[in-house]
Design a protein around this ligand. Sequence first.
Ligand code: B4P
Length: 187
Amino acid sequence: MYVMILGAPGSGKGTQGKILAGHLGIPQVSTGDLLRAAVKAGTPLGRQAQGYMDKGLLVPDEIIIGLIREILESESGRNGVLMDGFPRTVPQAQAVDRILAERKNRVDHVALLEVDEQELVQRLLGRAAKEGRSDDNLQSIQQRLRVFHEQTEPLLAYYDKQGVVRRVPGMGDIDAIQQRLRAAVAE
Ligand code: B4P
């Protein structure tokens, strides 16, 4: 099963993705987590990605598409993946479709977590206070929200044509949101 969780920054993709992947018995892959690990380790990928991430910009598609291919073709990715935070652009989505089609797979569900903008900013500022992530400052958060509207929201039209989008209210209690997500991907 190939499931994607889409949503604005702070919508709960990482939070919900981990729990849902455990429930479905498939690995959770977050491009954000992979990029942060690469930055921390100081790898060539991390050095390329850091400047974009700190400014709240997307890392260029050619870098991400190489990463996505590696994941989907790895032993652990061949029987299903919960993709958290990718794709983020139409070219990334087209690349995922191409890679999956090569072995006659397809995206089964795209769950969109819907959260009010004010709440998103509050959550990310809350995380900044706790974890000190370098892109959780007001300027970068506002840029990430703009990037979401401009580059990631157009993905919904792309996936609507495939009939796989499930819109899930993402406000409130973490457990209640998880139950809604489970119901959405069981449809
Ligand atoms: P991500 O790591 O995906 O970060 P994010 O969008 O901020 O969401 P995240 O998953 O971390 O947060 P969550 O909503 O779970 O991306 C970071 C950067 O990496 C991007 O800006 C970009 O530069 C780069 N990148 C990643 N993928 C890329 C791609 N495919 N292409 C190009 N560039 C890419 O949680 C946020 C906070 O809310 C947490 O503190 C959490 O505890 C809290 N929270 C969650 N649910 C809650 C709830 N129900 N109530 C209250 N708080 C809640």
